[in-house]
Design a protein around this ligand. Structure first.
Ligand code: NAD
Ligand code: ZN
Ligand code: ZN
Length: 351
């Protein structure tokens, strides 16, 4: 396989953006790394948080963003023996970890203090050739389409993990807050596949239609037009007691301050979305007497990755996505900023 010296990439030169579409050198993988020819990459709201500098964790600069990259292994370091050139692989948010610390030993590698983050602390997948630690790349069966699977590599893994962390069981009800976005659309499909009943919360006719008609949610609550979100969510459950779990994947603070009020007694609130500068708030009295659990959930480990991909491969996960050229990434960010994306955008690195 011939690997070029130069490639197309979207580069952030300074925090705040914009991204610049230009040619940059192709890097060589280190001894424990692989070089993946990225064919498609999903665009996650995390990538936009990185451009904007929304979080109290600095990015590398200049930076190539992206962490939902699906492609083909084209080179590998001399210590890599369990993945071959020509294999299909996915580069996800956790690009590498130490594999030795307390957290790595317990397969909690997202919590590793030395974790490398794709498209944040190391260059990511908005380029044609990207590098990751071989131990952490997702193994993709060759029968999996690389465009459709790209969003699973962050959004899918993350919501699958979050649903597991919620402890909701088949037959119970889960509210997905931010249901119309990338994580939210996949969360509805994973929840359905896990036997859960879903209440989708987001805004606008497009998202309502997508959630109810395409993704199988039982109810939709429009946070922008509802007179009382808390009451409406509770009334959407059979006995009016509220959902057993709430999965928060919204990009605004307000729903993080409402969820504990409508969750069912003994229910759990799982925080996944990362709005800039946001705080959680919950009434102590109700949280105590309702025995509410509030927790965070952060991507997934390698086993969660394999399981989330297996759900996809079995045909259980079908969420809408649109493919555009890598050159159009800034337009995708603009639409995302306005909250206008129903589902996910995926960029094709050849265009
Ligand atoms: P997205 O832009 O595709 O979707 C966000 C959705 O939230 C939009 O549909 C928007 O309309 C909706 N929303 C905004 N305000 C709302 C409100 N008040 N109530 C309900 N919905 C509301 O974003 P995405 O790519 O799905 O990412 C979502 C968030 O998850 C981002 O903050 C991202 O950084 C974070 N994230 C976290 C993890 C993790 O491991 N914890 C992993 C990936 C992404
Ligand atoms: Zn570690
Ligand atoms: Zn992501």
């Amino acid at each position: 396989m011939s690997i070029p010296d130069k490639q197309w990439a979207q580069v952030i030169e300074k925090t705040g953006g914009p991204v610049e579409y230009k040619q940059i050198p192709v890097q060589k993988p280190g001894p424990d790394e692989v070089l993946v020819n990225i064919k498609y990459s999903g665009v996650c709201h995390t990538d936009l948080h990185a451009v904007n500098g929304d979080w109290p964790l600095p990015t590398k600069l200049p930076l190539v963003g992206g962490h939902e990259g699906a492609g083909v292994v084209v080179a590998k370091g001399e210590q890599v023996h369990d993945i071959e050139i020509g294999d299909h692989a996915g580069i996800k948010w956790i690009n590498g970890s130490c594999l030795a610390c307390d957290f790595c030993q317990q397969s909690d590698e997202p919590l590793c203090g030395k974790a490398l983050l794709s498209g944040y602390t190391v260059d990511g997948t908005f380029q044609q050739y990207a590098i990751a630690k071989a131990a952490h790349v997702a193994r993709l069966h060759k029968d999996i389409p690389l465009d459709a699977v790209a969003p699973v590599l962050c959004a899918g893994i993350t919501v699958y993990k979050g649903l597991k962390e919620s402890n909701a069981r088949p037959g119970q009800t889960v509210a997905i807050v931010g249901a119309g976005g990338g994580l939210g659309s996949l969360a509805q499909q994973y929840a359905k596949a896990m036997g859960l009943r879903v209440i989708a919360i987001d805004s606008g006719e497009d998202k309502r239609k997508m959630c109810l008609e395409q993704l199988g949610s039982a109810a939709f609550v429009d946070f922008a037009t509802s007179k009382n979100v808390i009451k409406e969510v509770q009334e959407a459950t059979e006995d009016g007691q509220g959902p057993h779990a709430v999965i928060l994947v919204a990009v605004n603070e307000k729903p993080f301050q409402q969820a504990a009020e409508y969750v069912r007694p003994r229910g759990s609130v799982v925080c996944i979305g990362l709005p800039a500068g946001a705080y959680l708030r919950a009434p102590v009295f109700e949280s105590v007497i309702k025995m509410v659990t509030i927790k965070g959930s952060y991507v997934g480990n390698r086993k969660d990755t394999a399981e989330a991909l297996d759900f996809f491969r079995r045909g259980l996960i079908k969420a809408p996505y649109q493919v555009v050229g890598l050159s159009e990434l800034q337009k995708v960010y603009d639409l995302m900023h306005e909250g206008k994306i129903a589902g996910r955008y995926v960029v094709d690195t050849t265009k």
